[in-house]
Design a protein around this ligand. Structure first.
Ligand SMILES: [Fe+2]
Ligand SMILES: [Fe+2]
Length: 291
């Protein structure tokens, strides 16, 4: 398995985090269908230990200082330069080959997301956003720990909301007892806007910066905040938002079901789809992307 070389890897693969998201936020349509056919079970199965351990690490180590350090390093974009197509091949090294039958590779998740957006007739830049939204997971291939790549994101530099999954694990985070960071607003001003707020470090923030010159503003919000469940699903952090964030929230919410509920065991036919995506990528993105 490609991630075996890193220490502390509680998740067998990155998808375990997303499977747990589906448990927390089940597809309302699937529930409705299952209820109609009498097959619905609201199983309150305890989260798998691997997922809990993953969040324990994430909440313990995502400090203000950690985020500044990662931003300084990765936002230089001096690691690699690739065409989008080579970047997909690179990202696909993250496939969990211990279970090839059930796990789709990363490109397939991206294509299922973008194709579901396309089928519903949304603008082409949103289709491209779907295609690119998890590209930041290449961080794993640069040696980053799982808890610094995936997982729900949240603001750092101010008190953690109890709407974040497993809030009790923040007690072990040094910022939790640091007076600079543990008040409601911390280092921020009331309603300063999320653009002035530093989020926990991971694939969302990274891909946002990678693509920030190429997609329209709603697409950039989708990239940057797609794992900020405490905001877009739980309504937390209203005191940090400005009117622009409230306007953009609609788009983040529009995007989320395509990410969560487009998974199907049927792999997309990449050969057939490729010409469309070649045109789409050429329309918006430069010949190569910097990582
Ligand atoms: Fe993601
Ligand atoms: Fe995703």
């Amino acid at each position: 398995m490609s991630q075996a070389k890193f220490e502390s890897v509680p998740l067998a693969n990155l998808d375990e985090w997303e499977e747990d998201l589906l448990r927390r936020y089940p597809d309302p349509e699937a529930i409705a269908t299952a209820k109609a056919t009498g097959e619905y079970r609201n199983y309150e199965s305890p989260a798998r230990d691997t997922v809990k351990e993953f969040y324990r690490l994430n909440h313990t180590y995502q400090t203000w200082d950690f985020v500044q350090e990662k931003r300084k390093d990765f936002l230089k974009f001096d690691k690699k330069e690739m065409t989008v197509w080579d970047a997909f091949d690179f990202l696909n090294q993250l496939v969990d080959d211990s279970d090839p039958d059930t796990d789709l590779d990363q490109l397939q998740h991206l294509l299922q997301t973008s194709e579901a957006i396309r089928r519903d007739g949304h603008p082409d830049w949103m289709v491209l956003t779907g295609l690119m939204h998890d590209m930041g997971k290449v961080l794993c291939l640069f040696g980053e720990q799982q808890w610094a790549v995936v997982g729900d994101t949240f603001p750092v530099g101010c008190a953690y909301s109890d709407k974040i999954i497993y809030p009790e694990y923040f007690a072990a985070n040094p910022d939790f007892t640091d007076d600079r960071f543990n008040t409601k607003l911390g280092v921020y001003q009331q309603n300063c806007g999320l653009r002035k707020v530093d989020m926990s470090w991971g694939h969302d923030e990274y891909v946002y910066h990678m693509l920030k010159d190429y997609l329209p503003e709603p697409g950039l919000y989708m990239l940057r905040y797609h794992s900020f469940y405490a905001w877009h699903r739980e309504g937390a952090y209203d005191y940090l938002l400005d009117d622009h964030d409230r306007e953009m929230l609609k788009w983040v919410k529009l995007f989320n079901p395509y990410d969560l509920y487009s998974k199907s065991p049927e792999p997309p036919d990449w050969k057939k789809l490729r010409p469309y995506y070649e045109d789409l990528v050429a329309k918006y993105l430069p010949a190569t992307l910097k990582f």
